[in-house]
Design a protein around this ligand. Structure first.
Ligand SMILES: [Zn+2]
Length: 247
């Protein structure tokens, strides 16, 4: 199967991080106004933003028409206060990938492209509330490291332990995984599959070109309605030129 063809078989998934006004030049943030405009764009075009779980179930029934996956990496507290009410109003759902060992803390990990403004991460109560409000919680490891080249024991800790830790918090099995920095290699993908996850989302780097390194389209503050519309149409891997500092 060719690179383009196999990726094109997977429904489109958008990747967000923080929805906040602070530091608008930060590529990991989209302002509430911009985010709302993008969600309304989906609605106007008869598209529905859905969690990865919902998207996977739709894939199993063979009908993903009109569905766009919505994902939020890192689990910032502003998802609960800002993004979630907008999603609920529109009847959308989303998946939030949280860093299991850092709940309630701040994003102190290394950021590609230099320092980032720090924001509060969701605590266990926030994670549970998101789940109760019909969103999906996925794992974004225990400590947010790069997974490629990691020692097997460390890899297992980040992949398996985060699933177990989050499963205990939410009381249901965690189905999805997101690679920090979109960084992955063969052992990382295999570790995610063997840990029992049903799918995993990546960014531009893929090794299997399947549901365990599902590519996503970066969207952010700079995506005007015009650019957002273009990104919805072209393949995620063709939008990689826009990506500068993903996390
Ligand atoms: Zn991240």
């Amino acid at each position: 199967m060719s690179y383009l063809k196999s990726s094109a078989l997977l429904p489109r998934v958008l990747m967000y991080h923080s929805i906040s006004r602070q530091g608008d030049n930060d590529s990991l943030r989209a302002s509430p106004e911009r985010f709302e405009a993008q969600m309304l764009h989906l609605k106007r075009h008869n598209l529905r933003g859905v969690s990865m779980r919902e998207l996977c179930r739709a894939m199993n029934t063979g009908d993903t028409r009109g569905l766009v996956g919505l994902t939020f990496d890192d689990g910032y507290e502003d998802f609960l206060s800002t993004a979630l009410p907008m999603l609920e109003t529109l009847g959308f759902s989303a998946t939030v990938f949280v860093v299991a060992g850092m709940l309630g803390k701040e994003n102190t990990w290394e950021h590609r492209g230099g320092p980032r403004l720090r924001s509060r991460l969701l605590g266990a109560d926030g994670v549970r509330e998101i789940l109760e409000r019909r969103m999906e919680i996925g794992s974004h490891t225990v400590t947010h490291p790069r997974l490629s080249g990691l020692e097997p024991e460390m890899l297992a800790r980040e992949v398996d332990d985060s699933r177990q830790m989050l499963g205990e918090i939410v009381g249901t099995p965690v189905e999805g995984f997101s690679y920090p920095y979109g960084d992955l290699d063969g052992p990382a993908v295999r570790a995610v599959r063997s840990a029992g996850y049903d799918y995993a989302v990546a960014t531009k780097k893929q090794v299997e070109y399947g549901i365990y390194d599902w590519p996503r389209t970066y969207v952010g503050e700079k995506d005007s309605p015009l650019m957002f519309g273009v990104k919805l149409k072209v393949s995620p891997i063709l939008t990689r030129w826009r990506r500068s500092s993903l996390g």
